[in-house]
Write a protein that binds this ligand. Structure first.
Ligand SMILES: NC(=O)c1ccc[n+]([C@@H]2O[C@H](COP(=O)([O-])OP(=O)(O)OC[C@H]3O[C@@H](n4cnc5c(N)ncnc54)[C@H](O)[C@@H]3O)[C@@H](O)[C@H]2O)c1
Length: 448
């Protein structure tokens, strides 16, 4: 193994300037690193160059605009830019096919391009979420088409990206960074890079595969834990028990390194990661003749929640003697996560579709989402105002509680009598529920 060191202030290329890549590129530039971001999407690069940012993440648009203006962050569609960088971070998209296998087109084409420009002394780090073995068996051979040898001429490592949408920029500065290297030198040089660049705690694991599995384990756990919360909610509903009371009390039990930690139930799980990574686990295991049961079980439970939520609404309206065809339902909050405008794999889609199928008059409203995008996804144009959505409504289905929706004055809304408030992810307090009832509303939550 040939050993080399990075310069004291290494320059960085981020390949794939999507949601994750732009958060990383902006953060590194803000901390003083010279960064070039490369993406194949010319519109995205033009937007960044003009100081605009299509990703809704608190602080990201300003961060990118500032760093581009300062010149510390440059953006380009030209791959040859990576040749000058000391460190190349690979953050392209890694969706899965319907059978759970990796749709590796972005990754393969990025690596093939990189092979044209990789040079001795460079460190290449894959950050995209991938099945175990991908860095070693897909990325490495493609990079070695350059004629250079991984571990000899260039260092190669895998570092999972574990940031969460909504807290991404904070996460990047606070989460421990996991590193797996092709060899010891690759791991060491990568750990040193992250410590210096982000002042982060670094956890070095023995292999590339161990680091790849860490990311999958995190998302497998989160999705499965939410599935537990969702089934617990449905279980509690059988006994007229408030699931939040149960979770609060259950979570006081010390276990392992902390307490039992059941997450919150909701109308379901969305976003691009939790909906695919468990399938990546399941498919990878199958390729090696291991049948994993928990990952698909979690997925199925969570995928059933939008339909369950719609049924909750329709059952409550039926109890009021309302035929769905006569019902007006206002869905407030469409994004998959509170305080974002992100519609990727949003579970609200399934709820809205089931409600619309019942014949109800469904209006949708979300102050944070792009109106055209929402119309394309839901087949219903969102109303411009809250008032328009809720006029004469028999149900207000609060499916995402953005700050703008948290302050709603329910007493002032022009809704129908006995209007139902369906709490899909607002987690209203008992006091709030009592005050809603005093105002004449009925209340139902997932497991409440
Ligand atoms: N979104 C999240 O919250 C999140 C969190 C943690 C990890 N991840 C993982 O990070 C990775 C990136 O996710 P994302 O949400 O940023 O995806 P994304 O789709 O937003 O971004 C991918 C970017 O890569 C670009 N691209 C595609 N092919 C390319 C190529 N050959 N060369 C250069 N650029 C190319 C695309 O144009 C796009 O801008 C995925 O593996 C994902 O699973 C995502």
């Amino acid at each position: 193994m040939r050993s080399f060191t990075l310069p004291p202030t290494p320059t960085v290329a981020v390949v794939g300037l999507g949601y994750v890549g732009s958060c990383i590129a902006g953060t590194l530039a803000d901390r003083g690193t010279r960064v070039v971001g490369v993406d194949t999407d010319p519109d995205l690069i033009a937007e960044f160059s003009a100081g605009r940012c299509r990703f809704q993440e608190e602080g990201l648009a300003d961060l990118i605009a500032e760093q581009v203006a300062s010149g510390k962050l440059r953006v380009s569609t030209d791959y040859s830019e990576v040749a000058a960088a000391d460190v190349v971070l690979l953050t392209v998209g890694t969706p899965v096919n319907p059978d759970g296998s990796l749709a590796d087109g972005q990754l393969r084409s990025a690596c093939s391009e990189l092979a044209r420009y990789v040079r001795p002394g460079q460190l290449l780090v894959l950050k995209s979420t991938v099945p175990p073995g991908t860095t070693r068996h897909t990325v490495l051979p493609l990079l070695e088409e350059s004629g250079l040898t991984g571990g000899e001429d260039f260092a190669l490592a895998f570092t999972p990206e574990r940031l969460a949408e909504g807290t991404a920029l904070r996460d990047l500065r606070s989460l421990a960074i996991v590193v797996g290297g092709l060899d010891q030198h690759s791991a060491q040089i990568t750990a040193g890079f992250w410590r210096a660049a982000l002042d982060a705690e670094v956890i070095v694991l023995d292999t590339l595969e161990a680091a790849e599995i860490v990311k999958l384990a995190d998302n497998w756990w989160i999705d499965l834990n939410i599935a537990l919360a969702n089934e617990l909610a449905r279980f509690c509903a059988l006994y007229d028990v408030d699931v939040l009371d149960v979770i609060g009390a259950a979570n006081t039990l010390p276990k392992g390194n902390g307490n039992v930690n059941i997450l919150l139930p909701s109308i379901g799980v969305g976003g691009s990661c939790l909906t695919k990574d468990p399938w990546m686990v399941w498919h990878s295991a199958r390729q090696r003749d291991l049948e994993i049961h928990t990952a698909p079980a979690g997925r199925r439970v969570n995928e059933a929640m939008p339909g369950y939520t719609a049924k909750l609404i329709l059952d409550e309206l039926a109890a009021l003697g309302l035929d769905p065809a006569e019902a007006k339902i206002a869905v407030l909050g469409l994004a998959f996560k509170n305080n974002t405008g992100d519609l990727r794999a949003t579970p609200t889609k399934g709820t809205v579709a089931a409600l619309a199928k019942s014949g109800a008059d469904v209006r949708i409203y979300d102050p944070l989402v792009d109106t055209d995008q929402a119309e394309a996804l839901f087949g219903i144009r969102p109303t411009a105002t809250l008032e328009e959505a809720v006029r004469d409504a028999n149900c207000l289905a609060v499916l995402a509680l953005h700050q703008e929706l948290a302050g709603i004055d329910f007493g002032a809304l022009p809704v129908a009598r006995d209007c139902l408030v369906l709490d899909g992810r607002a987690y209203y307090s008992k006091e709030k529920i009592a005050s809603l009832r005093q105002l004449g509303y009925r209340y139902r939550g997932v497991g409440r």
